[in-house]
Design a protein around this ligand. Structure first.
Ligand code: ADE
Length: 419
């Protein structure tokens, strides 16, 4: 079996951590059990490009239980958990191509390796498999039944492709499922981002001014958790509605040019380029932290930061690069501007990835079952899948809910009753 990982000897520790995560993933455990009985993926090759974490490992093993022939590469050069990669290879015979800290060339070599598997189904996190398939690996397109996409950023790319008529197989928008973005993007990113910042720096958050860039589902989770830790939170936005929500959620809202001189910690999760730029760095206080939780490392203008600095940055702690500006101020960039929650911490907790990855697994099965009718578009995950995931999750948490009485059902479905 071909693979490329850091060190196979890390496997025992990885296995323990995979099992630890599994205990928190009740919905995915149910899916895995059902897959084991039904074997819906028998004879199907699945290539995944996702963060190689304990949670992803449980997703891969669930697909394997369903009969899939699975291969995995990393969706970010810094997010791989090397012990997990080792365990997947050693204990589960799943080929993994991922090494934490791999350079860009190796990253692309790894993407190529999982595509050499000639997948029928792909699982993407950021659309790198889709874009590679549509550019340099077009000969593989005829094999493709379709794929699933995990992130907001990936879906932006896919929708642009679909609008151009360029998408050559159906993609399931897992990110847009309610049981994904309302929980993973908000509570997952909120907690894991603060976790990454704290692990990297051991900074006290209380009393600090935290500037959160954007107020989408990820950013609002970050703002909420920073506030909970005692920070004074400023939100910046380009969308009037979201800005208004942030105001009414109790946050100060202002343009970044104003926030730049007030913040102690800057956290971006927008999906857009250079939301923290040179004209902002020029105004920042000495000692600030800059971190990103958006998918790509383009949100903080790294070349711009380097151009303002007297020298290459100094690595002052793992995942903290200190840039010294010409006037002596020091700006600290965390995790090289890559996803700080996965680079400096372990990503979202398993209990929330449980819902996202049950959604991934069910969306892949849906693709297979509907392959003859799905158009080459971006498809939403059916509401029944969302409802099923939410119900099982609640049940696993020991929480019951009410059901409509017959009278209530009738009332909601009638138009005759009024004042
Ligand atoms: N994205 C964010 N957190 C993650 C995790 N724990 N596993 C996989 N992908 C993630």
């Amino acid at each position: 079996m071909d693979f490329d990982i850091k060190n196979p000897e890390l496997a025992p520790g990885g296995r323990h951590r995979i099992e630890w995560a599994e205990q928190e993933m009740a919905v995915l455990r149910g899916v895995k059990e059902q897959f084991g009985t039904d074997r819906p993926f028998a004879g199907i090759r699945v290539s995944a490009c996702m963060h190689v974490t304990t949670e992803t490992a449980n997703l891969m093993v669930s697909l394997q239980s369903g009969g899939a022939d699975v291969m995995l590469c990393a969706s970010n050069p810094l997010s791989t958990q090397d012990d997990v990669a080792a365990s997947l290879v050693s204990h589960f015979e799943i080929p993994v191509f991922a090494i934490k800290g791999e350079d860009t060339e190796t990253y692309h070599k790894h993407v190529k390796a999982v595509l050499d598997h000639k997948p029928h189904i792909i699982m993407d996190d950021g659309a790198d498999l889709v874009s590679t398939l549509h550019t340099s690996r077009r000969e593989l397109l005829p094999n493709l039944i379709g794929g699933t996409e995990e992130t907001t950023t990936g879906l932006v790319r896919l929708r642009a492709m679909a609008a151009d008529g360029a998408l050559e197989f159906p993609m399931m928008a897992v990110n847009d499922a309610m049981t994904k973005h309302l929980f993973d993007n908000r509570y997952g990113t909120g907690q894991s981002t603060m976790d990454g910042v704290i692990r990297a720096t051991n900074f006290l958050i209380a009393g600090r001014t935290v500037v959160v860039v954007g107020y989408g589902w990820c950013s609002r989770g970050i703002a909420m958790r920073a506030k909970g830790l005692g920070a004074n939170v400023i939100v910046t936005e380009i969308d009037a509605l979201k800005a208004l929500e942030a105001v009414m959620d109790g946050f100060r809202v202002m343009p970044m040019m104003e926030a730049a001189s007030q913040g102690d910690i800057f956290l971006s999760a927008t999906g857009d380029i250079h939301v923290l730029d040179t004209h902002h760095f020029e105004r920042m206080k000495d000692g600030v932290l800059l971190a990103n939780s958006g998918h790509f490392d383009i949100e903080i203008n790294k070349p711009g930061l380097r151009s303002l600095s007297i020298d290459d940055p100094k690595r002052v702690r793992p995942f903290v690069d200190q840039y010294t500006l010409k006037d002596g101020r020091k700006l600290n960039l965390l995790g090289e501007g890559r996803l700080v929650n996965l680079a400096a911490a372990e990503g979202h907790p398993a209990a929330v990835m449980d819902m996202s990855f049950a959604g991934q697994a069910m969306a892949a099965k849906y693709l297979l079952e509907n392959k003859d009718t799905l158009e080459n578009k971006v498809h939403t995950v059916p509401a029944e899948i969302d409802q099923a995931i939410a119900s099982i999750k609640l049940e696993s948490m020991g929480i019951g809910i009410d059901t409509l009485t017959e009278e209530q059902y009738k009332y909601l479905n009638s138009w005759q009753e009024g004042t």
